[in-house]
Design a protein around this ligand. Structure first.
Ligand SMILES: *[C@@H]1O[C@H](CO)[C@@H](O)[C@H](O)[C@H]1NC(C)=O
Ligand SMILES: *[C@@H]1O[C@H](CO)[C@@H](O)[C@H](O)[C@H]1NC(C)=O
Ligand SMILES: *[C@@H]1O[C@H](CO)[C@@H](O)[C@H](O)[C@H]1NC(C)=O
Ligand SMILES: *[C@@H]1O[C@H](CO)[C@@H](O)[C@H](O)[C@H]1NC(C)=O
Length: 244
């Protein structure tokens, strides 16, 4: 189970907020900052350092450069979407306590348009120089497309072989940040690495068939900010953070 998220927790008894205030870094209450307002898109609350791109709201002048979120409509529902390194990701959840965000690649996610029969990861995750890092919950999956052979630890993804003449495609979990085996010998046409939540690999152990579920559930990033960031942004009239 995914137990780090706020929405899974039962309502807090009255004394607990005091516990959190002392145990966690102080969280700015965005509702008290007029330049750091919070918004809702679908089920997701969006507040500083994130901001809504599609609102023409003159009050909203705070937020990190690159942390703008679009609220897109799909079949009558709204989904928050963020762009990282020219690729778009659905935002499943933003946890201000852990400063973590759960994202899934729109190319392989059923979150918006619906189920995807045969997901093909088309690009890696490029965090550029944004103040983001991969959380400890992730593992990396490495994909190799149209190969003429494979090492024994890789799992074939049969649905990606559209024609008999085409090479086969494979996926494997990476146990370090570099590829342990030299894939050059297998002449793959393309290779991509993405992140998923490690727990979901165990929940859906049949990689060749349950890849869609694993990818759909996404990966987690954490962001860095100073505790008094929002307040500083307010005091500056909202100009600091947008310009970094
Ligand atoms: C979103 O914000 C509203 C209003 O502040 C709050 O009642 C609700 O619990 C929040 N939802 C989540 C998922 O944090
Ligand atoms: C993959 O996502 C990108 C945006 O990130 C989009 O431009 C492209 O059309 C998508 N490709 C497919 C095949 O879904
Ligand atoms: C990511 O950054 C956060 C905040 O700076 C830090 O607490 C966490 O340990 C980092 N995670 C990894 C995997 O380095
Ligand atoms: C996954 O790959 C990213 C990007 O190369 C790297 O920063 C991260 O440390 C890797 N994660 C693991 C668990 O190896």
């Amino acid at each position: 189970m995914w137990h780090f998220q706020n929405h899974d927790s039962p309502p807090l008894p009255p004394l607990l907020p005091f516990f959190f205030l002392t145990a966690l870094p102080a969280q700015p209450d965005s509702s008290t900052y007029t330049n750091c307002p919070s918004y809702k898109c679908g089920d997701v609350n969006i507040s500083y350092p994130f901001w809504m791109m599609d609102r023409d709201d003159p009050a909203q002048v705070c937020g990190y450069h690159g942390f703008g979120i679009n609220c897109v409509d799909n079949r009558g529902r709204s989904y928050p979407e963020i762009t990282l390194g020219h690729h778009s990701y659905y935002v499943h959840n933003i946890d201000n306590g852990y400063r973590s965000i759960l994202l899934s690649d729109t190319n392989v996610s059923s979150f918006g348009p619906g189920p995807i029969d045969c997901p093909r990861v088309r690009h890696g995750i490029n965090l550029q120089t944004l103040p983001l890092n991969f959380s400890m919950l992730n593992v990396n999956l490495s994909f190799h497309y149209n190969c003429n052979g494979f090492p024994s630890f890789a799992t074939e993804i049969p649905c990606l072989q559209l024609e008999k003449t085409q090479g086969k495609s494979y996926v494997h979990v990476m146990h370090s940040s570099i590829e342990e085996t030299d894939w050059d010998a297998y002449s793959c046409a393309d290779q991509v690495v993405t992140a998923v939540i490690g727990e979901h690999i165990h929940m859906f152990p049949d990689l060749s068939r349950q890849l869609g579920e694993i990818l759909d559930k996404g990966f987690q990033l954490q962001w860095r900010m100073d505790d008094d960031d929002c307040e500083n942004c307010e005091d500056s009239g909202g100009r600091i953070s947008l310009d970094i």
